[in-house]
Design a protein around this ligand. Sequence first.
Ligand code: SF4
Length: 355
Amino acid sequence: MTTAETIARPAPLAGPAAAAVRTDWTRAEIAELFALPFTELVFRAAEVHRAHHAAGEVQLATLLSIKTGGCPEDCRYCSQSASAEAGVKATKLMDVRQVLQNAARAKDNGSQRFCMGAAWRNPKDRDMPAIVEIVKGVRELGLETCMTLGMLTPAQAGQLAEAGLDYYNHNIDTAPERYAEVITTRTFADRLETIANVRAAGINVCTGGIVGMGESREDRVGFVHALATMEQHPESVPVNALVPVKGTVLGDMLADTPMAKIDDIEFVRTVAVARITMPLSMVRLSAGRESMGEATQAMCFLAGANSIFTGDKLLTAPNAGDDADTAMFARLGLKPLSGPEPLRAGTCGSGCGCA
Ligand code: SF4
């Protein structure tokens, strides 16, 4: 038997198959993609990416913490949890004017998208007027808006939709079967409920999670499978690499061990499989980028990642910084995304008819 015959190869994705958008992926199919020879996997992901997206363009987004720390949830990766001992000081909701100043600065630095995060289990109804004012103000600056505020009721999702919120972020975090090992104060089903409320309100869904939390390949298969089999693919899929922070459960467990950082190749594989299974979604390189070399990031862009967060900070975690990103874009010949996102525009613009 030749080497070629010993490698199980799923059917190539070239041509119309590259354009197909499916929500019926099986775990076995996703596991097969993960197991492809690396170069084959990245090649296929690049084909899918080019069928739907402007290759060489990467969206710049800025993330601002508008309410930091003291969160009642116990996400074991998060320094903002009240149960963490990471020295994050709890703050009140940031003043609307201050948020808008930050947004204007982000726009001046080239960001197209402004994401805002509040460390809440859920927003209180008394918080909503300020939140609505923030959404309207950031939109008036001409920025795409995304918020992550915890669980939402249908009524709160409706208020955000009315204010014009473009995206709501609510990560599924990890594979359903592993959820209770990462968070105990809520369930995977709770996450899906808020995502359904967001969807029903007509807001674009941003949901992804974190890899490198000590999970197995099989868990990563389960994570991508949960996203790629949603009735409608999330328009935005952030893929984070864990930043192990001392004082958090996972940080203390993993920091200073060989598992403190996910293997770069495995991270790129996760990005590639997300791209192949969710062809139209924006795949966002999120936390953990500052500890990745440029070559790894370049592989991620080749494998279909097309959005990054710029600036020195991601909520409370360090980030690569504007200057480093400008230099990287110049070296890689990348340009900031200028056109619309495929799922939001209702057409991917490639003429493949997928949307
Ligand atoms: S990840 Fe979000 S919900 Fe979880 S503890 Fe941190 S701020 Fe709270």
